[in-house]
Ligand binder design. Structure first.
Ligand code: HAM
Length: 447
């Protein structure tokens, strides 16, 4: 038997319904925030990530899926979404759009060659946002509010927001010098990777997975002590806006994030529910004011975050949150004879096009088996076709809960089902309103 690659998942059944539900909530939330959907390629020229995310990050130095295409070009499966979105922003000259800032979101698969474990996959799905063209701290707080509000909408309670700042370029340089001074005498006690990180990018030592619990890392200098006045002032503004939005947060002075492009605000949202294990960061992001320039665009500030869909679903499961997943069909159409079956085919299509969720029989079950199948599918109404009834232009409809049966004239079937399924209960419509309520008042299908 051929099996799926290590660290990948087959999404199906109830799990797939949960992902779809969460994705719908994301789409609707993003519409309210007025962010536009963007889809960039799953693979890009390797340079996009090597330059964008940083050569010395674990993601690029150890985890990318790199390949040479048949034309001899160096390609990489995207390990994250930000660098590709920024490449697209530059290539499509979105910086020239008068409608600034450009607010984008995505929800797609990323690839990292990691050691698979709970919450750590090789193929992962991220929902993320990127805002390009505004350095306003209000944007920092808005971006942080997105995962927080998404979790609230889904009913997740046990989450913790951690924020920090890396400061501007000057502050980062002062911090870098402090790290070099601090780590130099400890190099012999750090792992081989940390020794090479020391040469190229000492900040990356702070997110080393090997040395992460050592006292050397625990006692390392903190970013906050190396901020210049502008950076402090900016961080204060972000905190003020977060308080206005009533977002509880902790300051985590050790939070630096594992990607090179960040400056100023960085943040993570952790799941604090018992049983999550160590890969409990649901969402992470920050400001990246130099990245557009690094990828050949004009100087443009950026801020974003991404969350792991798999980890989010895991948190929902651990908090025992029952999502309102629709696992009912509204109508199950049953038949026995060939003529009834032909009638069923067109009736099912008509009902579906009108807007009902409809199933029928496809495997040759007799009536008894069809009743059982309708129950398995939680069908609310059964249409039991019968040649005799059809010859009088009538159809038998049974309420599968009360077991009440009625013969309904063929021409009235839609009205009948509409009424019985209370489709119009919430409807405020008169003939030409556009309230958007999911009713059938404005449907214009002839039957
Ligand atoms: P990241 O921290 O690398 O940031 O990933 C964001 C989230 O993706 C993590 O918090 C986690 O939930 C999920 N994730 C990462 N790796 C895995 C994995 N191997 N398996 C399962 N889930 C995973 C970024 O990717 C940045 N691009 C975020 C960002 C956007 N910063 C600014 N804009």
């Amino acid at each position: 038997m051929i099996t799926k690659p290590k660290g990948c998942i087959d999404l199906n059944g109830l799990e797939a319904k949960k992902w779809k539900y969460v994705s719908k909530v994301i789409d609707s939330l993003m519409e309210k925030y007025n962010y536009n959907y963007i889809r960039t390629p799953i693979f890009e020229s390797s340079e996009v990530f090597h330059r964008g995310v940083g050569e010395t990050t674990d993601i690029v130095s150890k985890e990318t899926y790199d390949f040479i295409d048949r034309g001899g070009r160096k390609m990489t499966l995207r390990p994250e979404g930000t660098a590709g979105v920024v490449r697209s922003f530059v290539e499509n000259k979105m910086y020239g759009d008068p409608n600034q800032p450009v607010k984008l979101y995505y929800n797609g698969t990323m690839y990292r060659y990691e050691r698979p474990q709970a919450g750590r996959d090789r193929e992962l799905t991220q929902f993320g946002v990127e805002v390009l063209g505004s350095d306003d701290p209000l944007i920092d707080s808005e971006v942080i509010s997105i995962p927080v509000n998404l979790f609230k909408l889904l009913g997740l309670n046990e989450v913790k927001v951690k924020i920090n700042t890396l400061g501007d370029k000057e502050s980062r340089n002062m911090y870098r010098d402090a790290l070099i001074k601090y780590f130099k005498p400890h190099l012999k006690d750090l792992c081989e990777d940390c020794n090479s990180r020391f040469e190229k990018n000492p900040m990356r030592i702070l997110d080393c997975k090997v040395d992460k619990d050592s006292d050397i890392l625990k006692n390392a200098p903190k970013t906050i002590d190396y901020l210049n006045e502008d950076s402090k002032e900016r961080f204060n503004k972000v905190k003020e806006y977060l308080s206005e939005l009533e977002i509880d947060y902790e300051i985590d002075e050790k939070l630096v994030r594992g990607l090179d492009y960040y400056n100023h605000t960085v943040f993570e949202v952790e799941a604090s529910v018992a049983g999550f294990g160590s890969n409990n960061v649901l969402a992470g992001g920050g400001r990246y004011n130099g990245l557009v320039e690094l990828l050949d665009g004009p100087s443009t500030p950026g801020m974003g975050f991404a969350l792991g869909m798999g980890r989010l679903i895991m948190a929902l499961e651990l908090e025992k949150i029952k999502l309102p997943i629709d696992d009912e069909v509204e109508v199950f159409v049953m038949y026995v004879s060939d003529t009834e079956k032909k009638y069923a085919a067109s009736l099912v299509q008509m009902l579906r096009m009108y807007g009902f969720k409809v199933e029928t029989e496809y495997t040759g079950r007799g009536l008894k088996g069809q009743f059982k199948q309708a129950d398995r599918l939680n069908a609310k109404y059964l249409i039991i076709l019968n040649d005799e009834d059809l010859s009088h232009d009538e159809i038998k409809i049974k309420d599968n809960k009360t077991k009440e049966e009625n013969l309904v004239g063929i021409d009235y079937i839609m009205y009948y089902l509409d009424e019985m399924l209370s489709k119009e209960d919430d409807c405020c419509c008169d003939d030409d309103c556009d309230c958007g309520v999911d009713c059938h008042c404005h449907d214009d299908i002839e039957f």
